[in-house]
Design a protein around this ligand. Structure first.
Ligand code: S3P
Length: 166
């Protein structure tokens, strides 16, 4: 199947890359946008100690995405090897591209995210470190983002697309 998923920590550019993909004529979806359509302010669950409920909702949205017709899907930062949706993603055959960034590179982009508000800066950095190996395990491809603009990152992702599907 000709399609790719985008994973990575908050602020790594998944949604922006999905928008560029859409502008380039690909069918692109964003799991966070679909979650918010289903339940407005769903992300507030994460601030209110209801992460499990959020992950259940996220899993059902991802399940719907996997059954739909798309080229690129951007997933929320919680999607990795240990996410409840991982097995279904793997079994669907969807290959994931991990937008890898250092924590320093993301500063200024994640502060308003609910999990950052809940955990505080130190806790959020610990979460970042804990997730790094989980993104790597889940990903078929890793694209580094530090010091690179969105167009350069998109070019590398297009190359991956072309190498797999053209
Ligand atoms: C989350 C990241 C967010 C969103 C939700 C949970 C996380 O997505 O899915 O707030 O667990 O890191 P972005 O990666 O688009 O910020």
């Amino acid at each position: 199947m000709r399609r790719l998923g985008l994973i990575g920590f908050s602020g790594s550019g998944k949604s922006s890359i999905a928008s560029i993909a859409a502008k380039s004529g690909f069918k692109a979806v964003d799991s966070d946008v679909l979650i918010e359509k289903k339940i407005p302010n769903a992300a507030e669950m994460l601030e209110n100690g209801r992460e499990e409920d959020f992950r259940t909702l996220e899993t059902s949205v991802i399940s719907g995405i996997l059954k739909s017709d798309f080229d690129f899907a951007a997933f929320g930062g919680g999607v990795h090897f240990a996410h409840p949706a991982w097995r279904e993603i793997y079994q669907s055959g969807l290959k994931l591209v991990y937008l890898r960034s250092s924590f320093e590179n993301l500063i200024g982009r994640f502060e308003e995210r609910p999990l950052c508000k809940k955990l505080g800066r130190e806790g959020y950095e610990k979460l970042f470190s804990a997730r790094l190996p989980l993104y790597e395990k889940a990903a078929a491809f890793v694209v580094d983002t530090d010091g690179r603009g969105l167009n350069e990152i998109w070019s590398e992702i297009e190359e991956i697309w072309n190498s797999l599907f053209l």
